[in-house]
Design a protein around this ligand. Structure first.
Ligand code: SF4
Ligand code: SF4
Length: 152
């Protein structure tokens, strides 16, 4: 008899504890979002794909030398008027990249950086293995198709 009463009391306390947790969370703001209709903002230190400000690049090759996976390839040229080196061909292989950020750290002119791109699904192999860093719209082909309006 005493055991049964004890079980009933502990069961009731357990239900109250569960309801307290439910009540506490019922009016909280949700921590989840409706992806892909809503997109999260990446943090300042998030490392996406390697990107470049071509006008800042002095073709010093430091990023290429430090890259542990040989994901960067640079061919240089010399401007006949200014006699300065410049990047002629600069490619990035996103498939080899391990997102270590060393290229960004070593770049003396802050020309190289890791962007916030995290949606890197692609259709063709070359879309990710031969990215032309000198092109302004280099990642346009990786942009996901526009999500249709959510039907409610
Ligand atoms: S993030 Fe690392 S692996 Fe990727 S290109 Fe830069 S140095 Fe190479
Ligand atoms: S380290 Fe910076 S400046 Fe030098 S080649 Fe790489 S991107 Fe250009």
């Amino acid at each position: 008899m005493f055991t049964k009463i004890n079980d009933m009391v502990s069961g009731f306390v357990s239900i109250l504890k569960g309801l307290a947790v439910t009540g506490k969370n019922m009016f909280r703001k949700p921590v989840t979002i409706q992806y892909p209709f809503e997109k999260p903002a990446m943090t300042a230190r998030f490392r996406g794909l390697v990107d470049l400000y071509p006008e800042k690049c002095i073709a010093c090759s430091q990023c290429v030398k430090i890259c542990p996976t040989a994901a960067l390839a640079l061919e240089t040229t010399t401007n006949p008027q200014t006699k300065k080196r410049a990047a002629a061909v600069f490619t990035y292989n996103g498939e080899l990249c391990c997102f270590c950020g060393l290229c960004q750290e070593v770049c003396p002119t802050a020309a190289m950086y890791m962007n916030k791109c995290y949606e890197v699904a692609y259709y063709a192999h070359d879309d990710l293995t031969k990215i032309d860093l000198l092109k302004a719209d280099k990642y346009a082909h990786l942009a996901p198709p526009k999500v249709k309006e959510q039907k409610t």
